[in-house]
Design a protein around this ligand. Structure first.
Ligand code: F6R
Length: 594
């Protein structure tokens, strides 16, 4: 949420910054801006709209030459998207870009900036106004004094005209990486600078970076110098573009077999796990996540309970963190997150740790905060995911959960070896079933034609089918803007069935054969009230208006194949409706605010 970038000692800083912003655009795309120092003067441009609008505006100007600068792509928190509210914010000799939320901005305004008339409605402007107000002639000292006043989360990059050869960065609870290459860079995530750097540092909370043209020094908020070791990192994959696909989302849907195969291969070889988590059989397990990752957790619960025979509590992170969760050192907590930066999930991880729980994260981004702070990490290998709506990372999360379920079942001795051996060999070939599931695209395109004008669509399922229904519903609503709801099929008759009338569309996910007769009854109940039902199933038994067949897999893994037609359906409906598929309105990929 919001992407920031900065660089120093880089010839043509403006173009390095706009290129980086294009790669960070998935973090927020309602406005963008840039500031550079040229001849000891700050020059800036900021525009409502996509990065392309900013780039167009920059082309009309000749004075954006300089080797130091900062840039920002915004997801509005305080103040609507507008030129004025876009970053950078400027005051006196300072320019600031910020990712996060300053929670005490009203109090700070009241206490320190009573007489200042603000130019924007943002919390960020308070930072730059404070820097200007508290400026002692020493930037590091001023930044340290300002940072100590700020409450909330912030990753900040700062320019000061008095120090035209130094870039400053500050971090508390919002991600920030520093890279050294031909020049020195700062960015919200590695993808923005990966191909420009050879050395990477991860800033931790409470740190200030002082960046010259060739190196970075790190300090605490009390100005004590920190010695920091570089992090290992992998150079960017070459296949980060859209290739021949019309949208990243479609490309990423098609990358799912590879994402699952790579994730499984990384930890399972010749039916043996390469996992080493020191855990004894606990009384219960928590799984905590947001959005699609939470939906992966719903499937994880069902699988863990089946294989481990212990209760598993799945909670959305924003609820968990304030719910006084019943965990202690004997309650391992699994955090699932593609980005590894989701603010609520990170806070949940910290909450679990503070209660003594061992934490295990399933993350896709190696250098993320959640990965860095967890006791154990299972890294999914989905590669960079660019479309805001997750597909391949979600599938890789499911694969990770299957592995963990089987691994713990072996470790705790809660399932017989015949069962776990069979599951492991089926898991090693799951990617081929996902590949076959993609064959349904032609049929899905026809279905999308029929459903494109629907106002409401209901998704139902039982057991793991309910987990698939939740994810299918979220996928469709977030990119097509059709109102969708997911229900445990048997729960419809307790209220929601009153919304079913002639022509209402219902999609049913049939995953577990033992539950199919029950699901069929629920389908019949909505059909009796006029609903038009599409069933996704790997068996031939379900009767519905349309049936989408998915390849037969072990029922515990069926979400992985059934989600494929649901993702494709969302994609094709959104495409027919002319929606901005990769960047749906109001959303951002990495949700780094509460
Ligand atoms: C939906 C989607 C979101 C994320 C959620 C958590 O398509 O992508 O619901 O799943 O914001 O994000 P991560 O996994 O990065 O913690």
């Amino acid at each position: 949420m919001c992407g920031i970038i900065g660089c120093n000692g880089v010839e043509g800083a403006a173009s390095a910054i706009t290129q980086g912003l294009e790669r960070l655009e998935y973090r927020g795309y309602d406005s963008a801006g840039i500031a550079i120092i040229d001849n000891k003067k700050i020059r800036y441009e900021k525009k409502k709209g996509r990065i392309s609008v900013l780039i167009k505006a920059l082309k009309t100007q000749s004075d954006f030459v300089g080797s130091i600068g900062i840039g920002h792509t915004r997801w509005a928190t305080h103040g609507k998207p507008s030129d004025e509210n876009a970053h950078p914010h400027i005051s006196g000799k300072f320019a600031v870009v910020h990712n996060g939320i300053i929670e005490n901005y009203r109090q700070l305004k009241e206490k320190y900036l009573k007489l200042v008339s603000l130019k924007s409605d943002t919390d960020t402007e308070i930072i730059v106004q404070l820097l200007n107000r508290l400026y002692s002639g020493n930037c590091l000292e001023t930044l340290s004094n300002t940072a100590k006043l700020l409450e909330g989360s912030f990753a900040i990059a700062v320019l000061c005209e008095d120090e035209p050869d130094t870039l400053y960065c500050v971090r508390k609870s919002s991600p920030l990486l520093i890279g050294v290459g031909n020049g020195v860079y700062a960015a919200s995530d590695l993808s923005a600078i990966n191909d420009r750097i050879h050395t990477l540092y991860r800033m931790n909370d409470g740190e200030i970076a002082v960046i010259s043209k060739t190196e970075a020094e790190f300090y605490t908020f009390d100005k004590k110098k920190i010695v920091k070791n570089p992090e290992e990192f992998e150079k960017a994959e070459s296949n980060c573009g859209k290739e021949n696909y019309e949208h990243y989302m479609l490309k990423e849907i098609y990358e799912q077999p590879a994402a699952v195969q790579k994730t499984v291969d990384a930890y399972l070889e010749n039916n043996k796990f390469r996992l080493d988590f020191e855990l004894n059989k606990p009384e219960r397990i928590y799984i905590v996540a947001c959005g699609s990752a939470y939906h992966a957790g719903l499937a994880g619960k069902r699988i863990f309970e089946e294989l481990l025979k212990i209760p598993v509590i799945v909670q959305v992170a924003s609820e968990f963190r304030y719910s006084n969760p019943l965990i202690n050192e004997n309650t391992p907590t699994i955090i699932i997150s593609q980005s590894g930066e989701t603010a609520d999930s990170l806070a949940a991880l910290r909450e679990a740790k503070s209660r003594g729980a061992k934490t295990l994260s399933i993350v896709n981004v190696r250098h993320s905060s959640i990965a860095a702070e967890s006791d154990y990490v299972l890294l999914t290998r989905a590669g960079q995911e660019t479309a805001v709506a997750t597909t391949k990372a979600y599938s890789a999360q499911l694969a990770a959960l299957y592995m963990l379920g089987i691994y713990f079942a072996e470790k705790f001795g809660t399932a017989d070896s015949k069962t776990t051996e069979k599951l492991k060999s089926q898991l090693e070939t799951l990617h081929t079933a996902i590949l076959s599931a993609l064959d349904c695209e032609m049929q899905i395109k026809e279905l999308a034609q029929q459903l494109q004008s629907a106002e409401h669509i209901y998704f139902i399922g039982r057991g793991l089918g309910y987990a698939a229904a939740c994810e299918g519903s979220l996928k469709l609503k977030e990119i097509s803007y059709i109102h969708c709801e997911a229900y445990a099929a048997g729960e419809m008759k307790h209220g929601t069935i009153s919304l079913i009338e002639k022509g209402t569309n219902v999609i049913a996910a049939d995953t577990e054969p033992k539950l199919s007769p029950k699901l069929q009854s629920n389908i019949d109940e909505v059909v009796a009230r006029g609903a038009r039902v599409t069933a996704i199933t790997s068996q031939g038994k379900i009767k519905a208006d349309s049936v989408i067949k998915t390849p037969a897999v072990n029922e515990l893994f069926a979400v992985s194949t059934q989600i494929v037609p649901l993702q494709l359906l969302s994609y094709h409906i959104a495409r027919l409706r002319g929606c901005d598929i990769d960047k749906p309105r109001n959303l951002a990929k990495s949700v780094t605010v509460e």
